[in-house]
Design a protein around this ligand. Structure first.
Ligand SMILES: Nc1ncnc2c1ncn2[C@@H]1O[C@H](COP(=O)(O)OP(=O)(O)OP(=O)(O)O)[C@@H](O)[C@H]1O
Length: 249
């Protein structure tokens, strides 16, 4: 039995997964998540890190309602029908629609006709609104996917490795763009990443997961304001992260 229910507008995201398993191809079942509990405060930027295959994407799929087969409870932020923006590793844009059409198709009724100039400009997509996804590099397609996720003014932004397999300069540029837009319009963010340095640049809090069956080993709060996280400060934070979680990743 599971429940997936939205609560009041100022609520936080609460994940309490008692058990999630998959049927193994050779019979029996594989326990992936076991007593996985954490909460993300309203407008907090949280990252989820953990060993490969521990169940990070599975956790996101459960909270997005893409998989209902689990024991536990997930409380989403936002009132009524919460708006959830999501960006996956694959940008998943409709190839026969322009960038702007892809973004507009995602808009809820209340935001139809919204002026998107500022968002497109902020993401460097101003001149590419009429382009088709096939005409974009991976970096630009990721920008379009971010635009689509942010345009809906989400109560919750869910990101699954959105900067993976980009060259470092492009990834860094996108991280800065995301932070800039998020600081103008803060929302609750849960992002999966393999990259602890990326998490240290972006997050208020990092949740560290154990190997399968996965639970939260600990949460790492970063109190230093983002604008003060220069390379030296980030490397100090990274050192204390590794001191606290020496074997997890
Ligand atoms: N539909 C499925 N059927 C069976 N097993 C699955 C299914 N989806 C995921 N798994 C298994 O569940 C485990 C967790 O997968 P998941 O993709 O959530 O891990 P992850 O932490 O996101 O991995 P990575 O860091 O490598 O992206 C893996 O062992 C995976 O093989």
């Amino acid at each position: 039995m599971n429940t997936l229910r939205p609560v009041g507008a100022d609520a936080r995201l609460e994940i309490e997964i008692r058990r999630k398993s998959f049927e193994a191809s050779r019979g029996g079942s594989i326990d992936v998540l076991h007593d996985l509990d954490f909460a993300v405060e309203q407008n907090e930027f949280a990252c989820l890190v953990g060993p490969s295959g521990c169940g990070k994407t599975t956790t996101l799929r459960l909270l997005l309602g893409l998989d209902h087969d689990f024991e536990g409870r997930i409380k989403l932020p936002g009132a009524g029908e919460p708006r959830i923006g999501m960006v996956f590793q694959e940008p998943i844009l409709l190839p026969w629609r322009t960038v702007e059409e892809n973004v507009r198709l995602a808009l809820p009724k209340a935001l139809q006709g919204k002026n998107l100039d500022h968002l497109f400009d902020a993401l460097g997509l101003g001149k590419l609104r009429a382009f088709y996804p096939g005409e974009l590099s991976l970096g630009l397609a990721r920008r379009a996917a971010l635009a689509r996720a942010l345009a809906i003014e989400p109560d919750l932004l869910v990101l699954d490795e959105p900067f993976v397999s980009l060259d470092e300069a492009t990834a860094q540029q996108l991280r800065h763009l995301l932070l800039q837009i998020w600081s103008e319009h803060p929302t609750t963010v849960l992002m999966v990443t393999h990259n602890v340095q990326e998490a240290i640049m972006l997050a208020d809090r990092i949740f560290v997961l154990s190997p399968r069956p996965s639970h939260v080993v600990g949460s790492f709060l970063i109190r230093v304001p983002r604008q003060s996280r220069n390379p030296q400060v980030r490397s100090d934070i990274l050192r204390s992260f590794h001191e606290r979680f020496p074997t997890q990743l």
